[in-house]
Write a protein that binds this ligand. Structure first.
Ligand SMILES: NC(=O)C1=CN([C@@H]2O[C@H](COP(=O)(O)OP(=O)(O)OC[C@H]3O[C@@H](n4cnc5c(N)ncnc54)[C@H](OP(=O)(O)O)[C@@H]3O)[C@@H](O)[C@H]2O)C=CC1
Length: 296
């Protein structure tokens, strides 16, 4: 388990891993924090990605070691390992020779869609089990962050601890992801659907943004100006919701009798937008579940 000052690893440091790394590196060490990230070890597959990370984190290279294809080295040097690969690669990466030993008694944080903690544990222990060895004890924590981690504004859901021995692992994980936004614990049974809510809904909101931009441009405003206005309006909505205003109350407050807003809302209802969003989330959750199986 992790000491107060621990090494962090990120195996397969792509878009998501990089966003998390950027968030962690941008925070100054806090003497009162319960933990402190000492050194960081990351792996990627290609030389191009090594260069990308070297350029991006040039001023932190005394603290970061970047490996090309050497996931085992990351696991061996780190107390807490974030796994950031595509779901289909999980079994290959975790089942590699020596990985079980390297991760023994470590915290493994998965950001993978569809992969349950049980599947993750099994992927680590399969190879070692076949060789007739004792299965390693790895504290697996399932998470689902989102791309706003880049801007310290992720909403990350974290699976609640399954038993007492995982409580500290979940605490450490929340502390790490609090560096890139907010965290919330949910039971694992909700993960495919609610993981999709936080992981995918931003992309769905961009469709609404596009519709608003198109009509603003059709009406005569240039697209950059329209985007600036929509962005601030969305930001304002987020602030109002965060302050505790209920969406349906806000809708009523904005819709004055005989006014224009109610016409727009009724048109959205005629077009089935509300149920389209509900079913979009449902199919996203189903796809997340399928990604966890062998289905590609
Ligand atoms: N994108 C998103 O918004 C979100 C993604 N996620 C989850 O994050 C995970 C990764 O997604 P994302 O970051 O977008 O994907 P990317 O394709 O950006 O990142 C995947 C990374 O894996 C590396 N990689 C591939 N094969 C290996 C290997 N054998 N050993 C080590 N590294 C390897 C790639 O290296 P190289 O670049 O060199 O090819 C790449 O950097 C997914 O499981 C997804 O479910 C979760 C929440 C949101």
């Amino acid at each position: 388990m992790s000491p107060p000052s621990f090494n962090l690893g990120i195996v397969a440091c792509g878009q998501m891993g990089t966003a998390i790394l950027a968030g962690i590196l941008s925070q100054d060490p806090d003497a009162n924090a319960p933990w402190n990230v000492k050194r960081i070890f990351v792996s990627v597959q290609t030389a191009a990605s090594v260069s990308r990370l070297q350029n991006m984190f040039a001023q932190h290279l005394s603290r970061i070691t970047i490996y090309q294809g050497d996931n085992l080295a990351v696991a061996e040097h780190s107390h807490v390992v974030i796994l950031g690969c595509k779901p289909a690669l999980m079994e290959g990466i975790l089942g590699a020779e020596g990985m079980g030993d390297a991760l023994n008694d470590h915290i493994l944080v998965s950001v993978l869609a569809g992969k349950t903690t049980e599947m993750t544990r099994r992927a680590i222990s399969d190879i070692e089990g076949r060789a007739g060895r004792v299965a390693p004890r790895v504290h697996v924590v399932r998470t689902m962050p989102n791309m706003a981690a880049r801007e310290h504004a992720s909403m990350t859901v974290v699976s609640s601890p399954e038993d007492e021995s995982d409580i500290e692992a979940v605490r450490v994980t929340r502390w790490l992801f609090d560096h890139v936004g907010k965290t919330h614990e949910i039971p694992e049974s909700l993960f495919d659907l609610i993981g999709s809510l936080v992981g995918c809904s931003a992309a769905m909101f961009t469709v609404a943004v596009d519709g608003l931009l198109d009509q603003s441009v059709a009406g005569g405003l240039n697209r950059p100006a329209a985007l600036k206005l929509v962005t601030q309006t969305l930001y304002g909505l987020a602030k109002l919701l965060e302050a505790g205003n209920h969406p349906s109350v806000l809708r009523e407050e904005i819709s004055s009798p005989g006014g224009s807003t109610i016409q727009g809302l009724m048109e959205l209802d005629r077009q089935g937008v509300r149920s389209a969003y509900a079913s979009a989330l449902a199919v996203t959750g189903e796809r997340a579940k399928a990604l966890g199986s062998k289905e590609k």
